[in-house]
Design a protein around this ligand. Sequence first.
Ligand SMILES: Nc1ncnc2c1ncn2[C@@H]1O[C@H](COP(=O)(O)OP(=O)(O)OP(=O)(O)O)[C@@H](O)[C@H]1O
Ligand SMILES: [Mg+2]
Length: 300
Amino acid sequence: MNIADIKNKFSIIGHNTLLERAIEIALQAAPTDLNVLINGESGTGKEVFPQIIHQFSTRKHGPYIAVNCGAIPEGTIDSELFGHEKGAFTGALEARKGYFEVANGGTIFLDEVGELPLSTQARLLRVLETGEFIKVGSSKVQKTDVRVVAATNINFYQAIEREKFRVDLYYRLNTLPIFLPPLRERKEDIHLLFRKFSNDCSTKYRMPVVKLTGDAEQVLTNYFWPGNIRQLKNITEQICIIEKNREVNAETLLKYLPQYSSNNVPVLLRNDSTSGGSALNGDFKERDLFYKIIVDLKKK
Ligand SMILES: Nc1ncnc2c1ncn2[C@@H]1O[C@H](COP(=O)(O)OP(=O)(O)OP(=O)(O)O)[C@@H](O)[C@H]1O
Ligand SMILES: [Mg+2]
């Protein structure tokens, strides 16, 4: 399969070079048994990559288990991942297999791996190094054969800096890194994605398709997109459902675009010192243009 086939099969939209590179690396990584770490901001489309890797690996007929490490309470994560014996803790009425045992011969996707507590990281490191693990409340060493694909967003590096994430585990997981660019660095794909989500939405709700005026398209392309593709999809759906006038201009569009990101930094004025990395640094000219559009609109 080539990149175009993969895009079709997994409904991935976009022509950005870094996106295509990510797909290419996933395809090359798949048949090897190497661990892969997928890195990208929230909403950049990480979730489909472990599936690509699994389906094009020799493990494709084995189990595929996705675990959201950030959503499991610290007290139960070891038991979820590695299982427990009967009576291991209050409430452990039966012995239970963990994901690493169930996924034997297959792939585990550890989403938000940066959220794992340090004690769990030690267990994970062991299973990655030797294939060995011990159930909670047991002393018996068990073996499993699992390939790990992990995903994380930018906060991961802070976790390493603050010694909340083991560096040795990081190197184990990161044998093959895949990077997904933020939407603001994939400007050529923004309108394409808008059209796709807008078409999907109008088909679903049987409404006329929403189109953007030229100035709205400019705003859309130059917005900071702190929530990336997820945010673009949400906003497109909101507009599709709410706006009666199916030709949306910049002024209308701006009402849907929050001007502040999650950490309360104006998205138009963000710079390196507040965003934590050069990858988040926008293009000054484009930012100026965007700012000008807003000022012009306010004058109207
Ligand atoms: N290239 C793409 N084409 C079409 N839809 C996409 C693309 N990338 C992502 N999406 C859609 O955007 C949404 C967010 O993607 P996804 O859940 O993979 O993000 P994520 O990187 O896992 O984010 P988080 O770190 O917050 O979990 C999903 O609805 C997904 O289907
Ligand atoms: Mg995700």
